[in-house]
Ligand binder design. Structure first.
Ligand SMILES: [Zn+2]
Length: 593
């Protein structure tokens, strides 16, 4: 654990408003600052920085925490690395012995070192004629040179159950570490580890700091699954990484090429397009879209030319433009994907692919072509359907000038007067607004009832108790001297009083990190809670700070309310007669009020 004094020093020197405003333009609003949330896409700013509590909170998506949480989420770092980054900014050296004590970081470090060893082993197997001949033949037949194979550190997982696990065991890694790191499974029958990747070509996934964070394994025939990927581990989040971004990041300031497969990316890099990346065997996630927005201005989607690929391109386009990127779509002609296209075109491959890039179509053209290919506009009915579809598409465009241009294009193509199209677009916009409002209202209703609460799933079971808990925790964390009083038994409250598992954990972790004098730093919770959880905890503190009354008396009131709420809940399960009693007393209460 890093001492509260050091964290205090770091937070003092790295003012939260200063740090966040280097990422997000902030405007003063009273004693706070507002801006557009960097963690979800929004048009009206709901992201707020509170200098007084040195915290931030987004009223739109619930992200929140302190400056350490912000850096963790924005830079995609763990607790330790985020502190190191801020310490560096502040000119503070973190004590070395404290560096070793951080168990969370050791785990991640351990998996990273195991991955590095595994990557070396896979690469060596590829060149072992007894183990990897098939793999090497496959890659060579796909046109990869030795230099490219080395550049990407490609490898081969032999067709056996014990090669990798035996090798890693010899190097001192335990079955648990291999299983957490997704390099082995554990046999249900024997309880022994077995290789997870077998008879597959291996693509190491390397993050932007150069760590091997995961592996992708591809079969060499038509068997399924075509790709096997590492699932999430302490060192890896699939939704936050992109294949080859470690190479592309310095070559993509102007444009980035987004592909579907690893082989497309490798072929593109080999042909001089070093700004290509791929998602990791899944559809693109909002997090990946935001990461791309950090590195580039324009993304050219270069997916497979089949229908599934084009549908995926449609989805990706939406996510990418939501984060403000200029998005274009490239259509591969005469081949099923970029890899095949480059192989077919031999020495002219670079020139020809560059032509495709330059002819890539902007979003609207791409969608227009899609609609026109589905409808025969020489038939009146079909022309009306196409117009309706296009008006809906145009109604999603934010800028009015842009909408006008598109209306002009459609008017010419379909020979429909501009004014009638304009009216239809307006109507579509109104309908969209209406349905969005409905969704928002439903979301608020669900939230009040505690439905779909991912951070605290117990909320729906007993809203009264959980609300009391949030008030208690808010006061304890806002004024940590109360935490010390709980610790010394001056205020009677224990973890068994808590109804919800999440709030009990918050209570226990905060108590464990507070000393007898009430010295405690909110930031210490970053070590055990993820950013969504930190957002919830921040909102508890902010809510209490807005209210004037936060004294010990109120705290004790809340504690007895919590006990009452949980007592009801327990009794309900006990005995039907008691339920009748409770209902009767509640009826009386209602009569009185
Ligand atoms: Zn947000």
């Amino acid at each position: 654990m890093i001492s509260p004094e050091i964290i205090e020093e770091i937070k003092y020197r790295c003012d939260i408003t200063d740090v966040i405003s280097t990422y997000v333009p902030l405007k003063r609003a009273g004693s706070n600052y507002n801006g557009h949330c960097p963690f979800h896409s929004e048009r009206t700013p709901s992201f707020t920085v509170f200098p007084a509590t040195r915290s931030f909170y987004c009223f739109g998506c619930g992200a929140g925490g302190d400056v350490v949480t912000f850096i963790m989420k924005r830079e995609n770092l763990d607790y330790r690395s985020a502190l190191e980054m801020l310490a560096k900014r502040a000119g503070i050296e973190l004590p070395r012995e404290e560096r070793r004590e951080d168990t969370g970081a050791i785990k991640r470090e351990r998996i990273l070192s195991m991955n590095r060893d595994a990557a070396r082993f896979f690469h060596a197997c590829l060149y072992d004629p007894n183990l990897g001949a098939n793999g090497l033949r496959y890659l060579t037949e796909r046109g990869l040179s030795g230099a490219t194979i080395k550049h990407f550190g490609l490898g081969f997982a032999p067709d056996s159950f014990g090669n990798v696990t035996d090798h890693l065991t010899k190097l001192g890694y335990t079955a648990e570490e291999m299983s957490v790191g997704f390099l082995c499974g554990i046999s249900k029958k024997s309880g022994r580890p077995y290789d997870y990747f077998r008879n597959r070509v291996i693509f190491p996934i390397i993050d932007v700091t150069g760590n091997v964070v995961a592996f992708g394994g591809r079969v060499m025939d038509d068997s399924v699954p075509k790709y096997l990927n590492t699932s999430d581990t302490p060192a890896f989040k699939k939704s936050r990484n992109l294949f080859a971004l470690n190479y592309a990041k310095s070559k993509c300031a102007d444009r980035l090429i987004l592909c579907e497969g690893y082989m497309d990316v490798i072929a593109l890099h080999a042909h001089g397009f070093e700004n290509a990346v791929a998602t990791l065997g899944t559809a693109i996630t909002p997090e990946q879209a935001r990461i791309m927005a950090k590195y580039t201005k324009q993304v050219i989607i270069s997916y497979d030319s089949d229908e599934a690929g084009q549908r995926a391109a449609n989805k990706a386009m939406k996510l990418l433009s939501e984060v403000g990127l200029d998005v274009r779509v490239l259509r591969v002609t005469g081949a099923k994907d970029p890899d095949e296209f480059l192989r077919k075109n031999g020495t002219a491959a670079h020139e020809k692919f560059k032509l495709l890039l330059d002819n890539s179509r902007a979003q609207f053209e791409f969608k227009l072509d899609g609609v026109l290919s589905r409808h025969d506009i020489s038939i009146i009915d079909e022309r009306i359907k196409a117009a309706a579809e296009l008006c809906r598409i145009i109604s999603e465009v934010y800028s009015e000038a842009e909408r006008d241009v598109y209306i002009g294009v459609v008017s010419d193509k379909l020979e429909i007067p501009r004014d009638s199209l304009k009216n239809d677009v307006k109507r579509a916009m109104r309908e969209r607004e209406k349905s969005q409002k409905k969704e928002e209202i439903q979301a608020v209703i669900n939230k009040t009832a505690g439905y779909g609460d991912r951070v605290n799933p117990d909320m729906v079971k007993n809203t009264g108790a959980v609300n009391a808990e949030e008030n208690i925790l808010g006061i304890l964390l806002l004024y940590p001297e109360n935490l010390a009083a709980v610790k010394k038994g001056k205020i009677e409250l224990s973890s068994t009083d808590f109804f919800s598992e999440f709030n009990r954990k918050v209570f226990e972790e905060a108590l464990a990190r507070c000393d007898d004098t009430g010295k405690f730093d909110f930031s210490l919770l970053n070590e055990v809670f993820d950013v969504d959880s930190m957002g919830r905890i921040t909102s508890m503190v902010i809510k209490r700070r807005r209210l004037k009354e936060n004294g010990t008396e109120l705290l004790c009131d809340m504690i007895s309310r919590l006990r009452e709420e949980t007592r009801h809940r327990k009794n309900e399960g006990d005995d039907m007669a008691q339920i009748a009693d409770i209902l009767a007393s509640q009826r009386n209460k209602l009569k009185k009020t």
